[in-house]
Every structure is written in structure tokens, then in C-alpha cells.
Ligand binder design. Structure first.
Ligand code: TRP
Length: 323
């Protein structure tokens, strides 16, 4: 059985792009009985950006509730909070002391973030070594990530080989599993849906809120109602197509091409597809968020299982280093 491990960012409630592009495929992988799956909420990484106690906690709950609402089997997968296994920070320290500073300065993600964010702290700089520790602490074989995380995976393999070279075979070198069919999920403005572009759709919002967001934010052109429209270049159609059946998508495309069907109609159809299509996930998300003990219970169980592996690997590491 291959051990598959991945970390989940917790900088906000996951949006439609996160759900379709990353969460649903990851849940499929995690629920597959041929995998030994580790999934954690990277709340220590979130502290590089979030210095507000309530927000930090809430984000973790919102992320956990999303994964659970979309059907993650938490009795199969080891599902935990990164901060519940603080051993990871100790390993991160050892790794930082083995990794050349000059190499750290080459990380793209740090450059991107330091251009964008106000709070450019040292944690943001050492982020890749905490991520390497996340992976190496659990002897992970495979790590599914988006393309933006490839360099972090290279750094992980690099620091693991440095460790093994210096102290003898100790750490497992993980393989990267890139999400090949990474779907392009457009945001309300047509650019890739992303929190940093402020163009996201939150499927857990109520119908009223979703309606406002769809009507105000989704861009359309000025083609009058009667005239034919090109569905393929329309954000509203491209979003609709991702969440509805093929036949409904074809119907909308045909109506747009025929003319006499306006953007307002298309937006209404999109709203209904979002509200109805995710009704059961929304209900279980809300239920979990108002009954957090259930989330706490699942995460605590995950942390117990994670700690067994973490302490074993960490004592192996300490022994080699001389502690
Ligand atoms: N850095 C990852 C991201 O931004 C999240 C993450 C943290 C992660 N630790 C990890 C992913 C370990 C995979 C393995 O998406």
C-alpha cells in the first residue's frame, strides 16, 4: 500500500475552485482502499499569514467541515490538524539546519508572497522546510499537489537526500503526484478562481448571497437578449458546465447560440444549479459547523493515529543526529 499524504491550506473557507479542482479528486484518492492516506490541515502554515485566534480556528473548522461534507471517510484516512502533532516543528528545525540558505532564497513561492503580502516574516521564508517536515515525518511515498507546489516537493526530496547522505538511510524520498487534469475553474471575473483575485464563489453561502454575487460579479458582455451569444467565452456558461449534467449544459449552450436567451436567464440557471446541486453538502457543512464536537472528535482521532508514526520517525531522526 502506498502512503499518500497531502496538506490542505486553511486560509479561508474553501471555494468552488478548491472544491472541484482539488478537494473532490483528493477525496476520491483518499477513500480508495488501495491507498494509505494522510490528510492534514496546514494550520501552522496558516500562521504565516493569519494572526487572529478566532479566524485561525474557524478556518480549520471550515476546511474540516468541507472535506467531511464532501464525503471524506475519516475512519479510513488519517485526517488531522498539523498543529496537533507539534513534532513536525522539531523535524522542520533539523531540516532547516541541513538546507543551504542560498537554495532557500530560490523559492518562487516566497518571492510571490513577499511581493504580495504586507507581513513578510521569517516563517514565510522557511515555509518550504516545514512543508518538507510535514511529508518526511510520515514516511510518505506519494504527495499529490498542484503545479505551484512542485518546487516545494523538489526541495523536500533534496533535503531528505542531504539527510540520508550525511546520516545514512533514514528518510523516505517522496514522489510527486501532479494533478494532471487540473481543471480550469474560472472565477466571477473570468480569471482563475482564487482567493487572492477576490473572484470566488462560496457554495456554502445561502441562496440570497449567492444570487447577489452571481448577479453583481459575474462578467458578461453587452449582447442584447434577442441576439445569439457565444457560450464558450462566457464565464456564466463555463461555470454552469462544470457543475451540471452534460445535457443541461448542452441545453444552455444551444439557447445562448439561438438568441432570445439572456445572460440573466443563464445566471438564474447557474444559481439554481449551485443552490440545488450542493444542497446536501451545504446541509452537512452547516450541521458540522454548528456541532463542532463532531469535527474535533474526527481530528483528535486522526492526530492520535498520526502521532504514532510521527514519534517513530522522529526518534529515528534524533538518534541519527545525536539527540
Ligand atoms: N503548501 C501547500 C499549499 O499551499 C500546503 C501544504 C503544506 C502541503 N504542507 C504540505 C501540501 C505537505 C502537501 C504536503 O497548497
Amino acid at each position: 500500500m502506498a502512503r499518500i499524504l497531502t496538506g490542505i491550506q486553511s486560509t479561508g473557507t474553501p471555494h468552488l475552485g478548491n472544491i472541484l479542482g482539488a478537494i473532490k479528486p483528493a477525496i476520491e484518492l483518499a477513500n480508495d482502499p488501495i491507498n494509505d492516506s494522510y490528510l492534514f490541515i496546514a494550520d501552522l502554515h496558516s500562521f504565516t499569514q493569519i494572526k487572529d485566534c478566532e479566524r485561525l480556528k474557524n478556518n480549520t473548522y471550515a476546511v474540516a467541515a468541507t472535506w467531511m461534507a464532501f464525503g471524506l471517510d475519516t475512519s479510513r484516512s488519517v485526517f488531522y490538524r498539523q498543529s496537533d502533532v507539534p513534532e513536525v516543528t522539531e523535524l522542520a528545525w533539523y531540516l532547516q539546519c541541513l538546507f543551504p540558505y542560498s537554495r532557500m532564497t530560490l523559492a518562487h513561492s516566497f518571492k510571490d508572497k513577499s511581493d504580495r503580502l504586507e507581513d513578510v516574516n521569517a516563517g514565510l521564508f522557511s515555509y518550504p522546510m516545514l512543508m518538507a517536515a510535514d511529508i518526511l515525518l510520515y514516511d510518505a511515498d506519494k504527495v499529490p499537489v498542484g503545479k505551484d507546489q512542485m518546487q516545494h516537493l523538489e526541495m523536500t526530496r533534496d533535503v531528505a537526500s542531504r539527510f540520508n547522505h550525511k546520516f545514512g538511510d533514514t528518510l523516505v524520498l517522496p514522489e510527486v503526484l501532479t494533478r494532471e487534469s487540473t481543471m480550469y475553474i474560472p472565477g466571477t471575473d473570468g480569471h482563475k478562481m482564487s482567493k487572492s483575485h477576490d473572484n470566488t464563489l462560496n457554495i456554502f453561502d445561502d441562496a440570497e448571497t449567492l444570487k447577489k454575487v452571481i448577479n453583481k460579479q459575474i462578467v458578461t458582455d453587452a449582447t442584447p437578449l434577442e441576439e445569439p451569444k457565444n457560450p464558450d467565452s462566457a464565464v456564466v456558461y463555463n461555470l454552469y458546465k462544470l457543475i451540471t449534467s452534460e445535457s443541461d449544459a448542452q441545453k444552455m449552450a444551444a439557447s445562448l447560440r439561438a438568441g432570445g436567451y439572456g445572460w440573466g436567464h443563464a445566471k438564474k440557471a447557474l444559481l439554481e444549479a449551485l443552490v440545488d446541486g450542493f444542497a446536501s453538502e451545504r446541509a452537512s457543512f452547516n450541521e458540522l459547523m454548528s456541532n463542532r464536537e463532531e469535527i474535533d472528535f474526527a481530528l483528535a482521532q486522526g492526530a492520535d493515529r498520526a502521532r504514532v508514526v510521527a514519534s517513530e520517525v522522529l526518534s529515528r531522526v534524533r538518534g541519527k543526529i545525536g539527540y
